[in-house]
Design a protein around this ligand. Structure first.
Ligand SMILES: [Zn+2]
Length: 389
């Protein structure tokens, strides 16, 4: 019966005298077995310093496999209670090899194809995995088994899609897919409940992505979004929902205008250098807001109450209509029955650490918004800056 874990040895006598010796847990292998020649049952601790082992009591166990620890403690209880253990087969206690008590491998970096593990498995304890320049076209399904993975960097490969299997990585906080062959934003990432909760950094720089989809707003834990050097023309109007977002980097894209919802973000830094922003002085285009159509009323309701919809229940045309929702500065959704406005806004309204958007050092960008009702239009006309206050 063996168990590999971090062991901290405590002297209970010191504790009763209100003393505590400073100690640090060490990686060790615990074993319960018979000692020849006496054939009595002993517990042995082997560490890198003491591979042949010593017998001690009062240990606390850390970082052990839960199932192994349970069965180990079960056997230990039986021994302590003096139960007959004749039926339990114990091996004779023997020294261990260094490999057996090595700390579990948590980081793996592969930068050439020849180092890619084809015949061996990835260590199941990995927390950080980096696989670059391996011409990977699909994510290796063995990676989806790495339940402890926190950071996955697959930069500089040939990926163009992300499979559902990635949803089994429940701890995944960082996903780096820089310099691959994505032409579409991998929407799978946004739909998986596990990633919606865990993902805090997403890097899709140096791909060929045209659009950031509305679904990205489901990644509510996202703190860093990088998508530099793509061909992104649009940011979803609901982007302001990503209230944990602290850093946005969309340099070298094809943005002409930002949605007004962007101004709801409170960022630590933003980089929008080298886009195609159109400088405009246009304020608002209409004097009144029409009465919404029945279709518009129904669609506003669906979006307001976040009713789920898909092409299985609705005509694709209606799904696209629902996807095209605009967000009024009052927070309500609206569609064609709204009034649009465009105005120049300084990015200092969302962050203090800002990079200029062009070589002239300009920090103002055109922002496009919509007004859902006569009340909102009136408020806008009275004070167009109210939204950003
Ligand atoms: Zn409104």
């Amino acid at each position: 019966m063996r168990l590999t874990c971090d062991v901290e040895v405590l002297d209970r006598m010191l504790a009763t005298a209100n003393l505590r010796k400073a100690s640090k847990p060490v990686r060790a292998q615990m074993a319960i077995g018979r000692s020849s020649p006496s054939n009595n049952v002993y517990m042995m601790i082997c560490t890198t310093k003491d591979k042949s082992g010593s017998e001690q009591f009062g240990q606390s166990f850390h970082k052990a496999d839960v199932i192994q620890l349970k069965s180990f403690l079960n056997v230990l209880r039986q021994v302590v209670q003096g139960k007959t253990l004749d039926k339990t087969v114990f091996s004779v206690l023997a020294p261990v090899t260094t490999k057996k008590i090595e700390r579990p491998k948590t980081v793996m970096v592969i930068t050439t194809k020849k180092n890619y593990p084809l015949t061996t498995n990835f260590p199941s304890t990995l927390e950080t995995l980096q696989v670059n320049d391996c011409n990977m076209r699909r994510i290796d399904s063995r990676i989806f088994q790495l339940r402890n993975l926190v950071s996955l960097d697959l930069s500089d490969n040939s990926l163009n899609d992300v499979l559902d299997g990635i949803g089994s990585l429940q701890m995944l906080a960082e996903l780096i897919l820089k310099n691959n062959k994505f032409q579409k934003f991998p929407v799978t990432i946004c739909k998986l409940k596990t990633l919606q909760k865990s993902l805090s950094l997403l890097d899709l720089s140096d791909n060929q992505i045209r659009q950031l989809p509305v679904q990205i707003c489901e990644l509510t834990n996202l703190m860093t979004l990088k998508a530099d050097n793509n061909v992104i023309e649009q940011i979803p109007p609901t982007i302001g929902r990503l209230q944990n977002l602290k850093s946005v980097s969309l340099a070298g894209n094809k943005l002409t205008v930002l949605p007004a919802g962007f101004m709801r973000l409170r960022l630590e830094n933003v980089d929008l250098y080298g886009n195609s922003f159109i400088i405009t002085e246009n304020e608002t285009t209409a004097d009144s807001v029409d009465v919404p159509t029945l279709l518009e009323c129904a669609a506003r309701y669906v979006r307001k109450y976040r009713l789920p919809y898909s092409e299985e229940d609705l005509h694709p045309h209606l799904c696209r209509y629902l996807d095209s929702a605009r967000v009024c500065w009052c927070g309500s959704f609206c569609f064609q029955g709204s009034v649009g406005y465009t105005r120049m806004v300084d990015l200092r309204a969302v962050t203090s650490a800002i990079t200029a958007v062009d070589t002239t050092g300009r920090t103002a960008v055109p922002v496009q918004g919509y007004l859902c009702s006569p009340q909102c239009l009136n408020k806008f006309k009275t004070d167009p800056n109210a939204y950003w206050k």
